[in-house]
Design a protein around this ligand. Structure first.
Ligand code: TRP
Length: 451
């Protein structure tokens, strides 16, 4: 087995893994799904599922990559010693998932790019900007959305074609800490607003009566999405791990930071919601209609606007790079594509797939699949169904097929903390608990659908 060149530094890997986990999932999607699913109870179940189900599968993916030094599809065939193993469907589905997700993610990244451009082009005018109008204008302009999505995907392909290490490490190292501090600052500003008490109650006071089975499906899907699990991305990142880094510890760090940042995003957005006229159930537009309002009430708001959307765009870029990377690494490892060909082919395909969601609020707004417009269809099918499905496949694979001694070695990692006592619990979760919970939730939802 060939040994890959590892990350340049230990923090380089962390930065890349954290960079791919941290993104629109935390800042844009988390607040809006919390809003549309009733608040507190969703948040509680989300935190539980992130640590009890998402984290063990995240560790499983990282471990599979680290042990085999290969990206998802090859990793599976190396372990099964079989070119046609039926487990390979999990790897293939992972590629499909990352492509579709790239299309969906690219569309939303285009929106972020638009807001960034607005703040850059019209400095000092934020007081008069009616943010709802701004978002609606963008939604009704299909050509603009398509152009922004295309621009975004092209930028991503360009960076990825230059190689993963140079591509990702440098960006993330600088922008993550800056964004974190900016978010903390903005959160404190937001918590001064009159609606903050109501916001805290909404986010942390669970009303379990509001829970239904679809909440569980929604939580699980979001957990996989936000942790970048269920599409082999973490297998690819794990494959670059140096021997002395423990995938268990890396998983715990990534998961904890990810949850923390999502909560920060909620604490930033909900006080604005409860202090003004934006509805808690606004959905996609929630982030874009609230945060600019905060800037309009702050001194130097327009500069904060630029900084915020610049950071947000950078995280969207890094996450998109991770998405492309997870397909590219499969094409390079398995099908011997050159990195450049692979990057541009994936980007081209991603763009074609992005046409439907990019136009879904304008030209295609009357097309419905099961009452969803295209972007909702991508979001729901992919995040609530495909990601959990692939996650189950990868979880069972690592649980049952990966050599026990290989797994054990990672838990007794000599360099970075010994975590042998949790091996049994982890293995129980990836073999049984996670697959059963996911299967039950999906089966319940399916029954619900047909009645
Ligand atoms: N986790 C990312 C976010 O929250 C999105 C994402 C999902 C992702 N899967 C990925 C990023 C795979 C990189 C690779 O925004």
């Amino acid at each position: 087995m060939r040994i890959r060149s590892g990350w340049a530094t230990r923090s380089g890997f962390y930065m890349a893994a954290i960079g791919s986990a941290f993104g629109l999932g935390n800042l844009w999607r988390f607040p809006y799904v919390v809003g549309t699913h009733g608040g507190g109870a969703f948040v509680v179940i989300y935190i539980l599922c992130a640590f009890c189900i998402g984290l063990p599968i995240l560790i499983a993916e990282l471990m599979l990559g680290k042990v085999t030094q290969q990206s998802a599809i090859n990793a599976i065939s190396v372990i099964t010693h079989h070119k046609k193993s039926r487990w390979l469907w999990a790897g293939r589905l992972a590629i499909v998932a990352s492509l579709l997700l790239l299309a969906f993610y690219g569309t939303v990244s285009g929106w972020v790019l638009y807001f960034l451009m607005q703040f850059l082009m019209t400095p000092l005018k934020v007081e008069s900007a009616d943010t709802t109008v701004l978002f609606q204008q963008l939604m009704s302009n299909g050509y603009l959305q398509l152009a922004l999505t295309g621009a975004h995907i092209l930028i991503v392909a360009f960076v990825v074609s230059k190689g993963v290490r140079q591509g990702i490490e440098r960006w993330v190292r600088f922008i993550m800490p800056v964004f974190f501090i900016l978010l903390l600052f903005l959160m404190f500003q937001s918590l001064q607003l009159p609606g903050s008490e109501q916001a805290l109650r909404f986010m942390f006071y669970p009303d379990f009566n509001k829970l239904t089975l679809s909440t569980l499906v929604e939580v699980l899907g979001h957990v996989f999405f936000t942790l970048s699990v269920g599409m082999g991305a973490m297998v690819a990142f794990g494959s670059y791990l140096q021997p002395d880094i423990s995938p268990i510890r890396a998983g715990v760090i990534v998961c904890s930071l990810d949850v923390l940042i999502s909560l920060l995003a909620g604490l930033l957005i909900f006080p604005i919601v409860f202090s003004g006229s934006v509805g808690v159930e606004s959905g996609y537009s929630l982030l874009f209609e609230t945060v600019p309002l905060l800037f309009s009430r702050m001194g130097m708001g327009d500069y904060f606007g630029i900084a915020f959307f610049l950071c947000l765009y950078t995280t969207a870029l890094v996450a998109s790079m991770g998405l492309v990377e997870s397909s590219v690494s499969n094409l390079v490892d398995r099908y011997r594509f050159s990195r450049t060909t692979a990057s541009y082919s994936i980007a081209g395909l991603g763009f074609i797939l992005a046409i439907l969601p990019s136009l879904s609020s304008s030209f295609l707004k009357d097309f419905r699949i099961n009452d969803w417009d295209f972007i909702t269809a991508y979001d729901t099918l992919l995040i609530n169904w495909v990601l959990p499905g692939t996650a189950v496949g990868l979880s069972l694979f690592v649980g049952f097929k990966l050599n026990r001694s290989d797994k054990w070695k990672e838990f007794e990692n000599k360099y970075q903390g010994d975590s042998r006592e949790i091996f049994g619990v982890w293995q129980f979760v990836v073999r049984w608990l996670a697959p059963i919970v996911i299967a039950l939730a999906l089966a319940g939802e399916l029954l619900d659908f047909s009645f």
